[in-house]
Design a protein around this ligand. Sequence first.
Ligand code: SF4
Ligand code: SF4
Length: 81
Amino acid sequence: MADRWYPVIDYTLCIECGACTNKCKHGVYDPEKLPTPVVADPKACIDHCRGCGNLCPAGAISYVGDDGGEHAGDCSCGCSC
Ligand code: SF4
Ligand code: SF4
């Protein structure tokens, strides 16, 4: 659980491919809203996971709490990001 790390969608860039919602296994996104990404449970996001952001073809996902890459690629949430 992360209080200060969760994805934010730039809807001006998002092409609604659904990849982020389908990728995340932690219930952060609301699957009922597919293909539109809706961050329904930000606290479920794993600290410094970038699984959905790395998958986004539009560069539409950024993270609250992003410190500029200190832990870039260091995902330990176990979802094969
Ligand atoms: S960063 Fe990881 S845990 Fe957080 S929403 Fe994206 S895939 Fe899910
Ligand atoms: S992966 Fe990117 S483009 Fe696709 S739905 Fe998510 S935010 Fe939008």
